[in-house]
Design a binder for this molecule. Structure first.
Ligand code: PEP
Ligand code: MN
Length: 341
């Protein structure tokens, strides 16, 4: 249910509503608006009619059911887009088109620092790099684990770029959170609800990737798992879905961007690297992302793709990344966005 407060409602009214929601066995989530506040009351669907009693409380204008199965992610609860702050001065979902770049995996000090410096010079705003790699084969490189996280922290010290890195196992959440600025959930974990619930208890932004066979609704339900635990900082990321097509690694569902924008206030990014699997397709898909209204991209860049421990064929060389960034700026501008210098 959504409890719409009157324009003139004060803090005492809001507190009383929150308290009543708790008494009725639901969790209140206050969304502070410019002119009025609303409170989302989420919990058990069955018996939620009892929340109608809130209608008679002081300061309450209306109590309306949330029609969508996802609640806190929906535009019904929050019609304005969310700008998710990564670090002070950098948000995804605002005016800026944010580019996150870096290698698939952290492989060593020189590799990650060299990449970080290069992508920063070209205008990337955050550094990506996996220290825990969810590989399809157990015999493939699995990542440098904590040593990789330490190297990411060194690269952050060197460049000032915040770090986006994946947590694969719920057991590692605390450790990864010690180093990461943004916790990434990979496509293979989109519906790992135990992991999502843990991430919902963190005070850190979550980059939630779409599973390779999750529908938009299932994707939003996954976001809801994080939101309902109290963490409001969720960024969605479309990274291609499984289809019959084999010319590309996955099929980039570019329409997911406007579809999501019609259903949620959460920011949406595109990962053109995992979506296509080919370095030559990264630039056109990144331009398409900007044109479709995405809030940013996350892209793989490696100084020597031929030597990469993982995903070399879909990694851009720093020079190719740099020229793409110059073009991308123009697409972002046409889409009403700005990119940092
Ligand atoms: C990644 O970004 O490192 C990754 C493994 O991507 P995905 O989870 O989308 O396959
Ligand atoms: Mn990769």
């Amino acid at each position: 249910m959504i409890i719409v407060m009157e324009k003139g409602a004060d803090k005492t009214d809001l507190d009383a509503v929150e308290q009543k929601i708790v008494e009725l066995g639901y969790q209140p989530h206050v969304i502070y608006g410019e002119t009025r506040n609303v409170v989302g009351a989420v919990g058990e669907e069955r018996g939620k009619e009892k929340l109608q009693i809130l209608q008679s409380m002081r300061g309450v204008e209306n109590v309306v059911p949330i029609l969508k199965p996802y609640k806190l992610a929906s535009l019904e609860v929050q019609p304005e887009p969310s700008a998710v702050e990564i670090v002070p001065g950098l948000a995804v979902g605002g005016k800026e088109f944010v580019v996150v770049a870096g290698p698939c995996a952290v492989e060593g000090r020189e590799q990650i620092c060299e990449t970080a410096e290069a992508v920063k010079k070209s205008g990337a705003r955050a550094l990506r790099g996996g220290a825990y790699k969810p590989r399809t084969s157990p015999y493939s490189f699995q990542g440098m684990e904590e040593d990789g996280l330490k190297l990411l922290a060194e690269a952050r010290d060197l460049t000032g770029l915040p770090i986006v890195t994946e947590v694969v196992n719920p057991r590692d959440v605390e450790l990864v959170a010690k180093y990461a600025d943004v916790m990434q959930v990979g496509a293979r974990n989109t519906q790992n609800f135990a992991l999502l619930k843990m991430l919902g208890q963190l005070d850190k932004p979550i980059l939630l990737k779409r599973g390779m066979s999750t529908t938009i609704q299932e994707f939003l339900m996954s976001a809801e798992y994080v939101l309902s635990e109290g963490n409001r900082r969720v960024i969605l990321c479309e990274r291609g879905i499984r289809t019959f097509e084999t010319a590309t690694r996955n099929t980039l569902d570019i329409s997911a961007v406007p579809v999501l924008k019609q259903q949620t206030h959460l920011p949406v990014m595109i990962d053109p690297s995992h979506a296509t699997g080919h370095a030559s397709l990264i630039a056109p898909m990144s331009y398409a992302a900007a044109a479709a209204g995405a809030d940013g991209i996350i892209v793989e860049v490696h100084p020597h793709p031929e030597k990469a421990a993982s995903d070399g064929p879909q990694s851009l060389r720093p020079e190719a990344f740099d020229s793409m960034m110059m073009q991308l700026r123009k697409f972002a501008e046409v889409a009403g966005r700005i990119m940092a210098e």
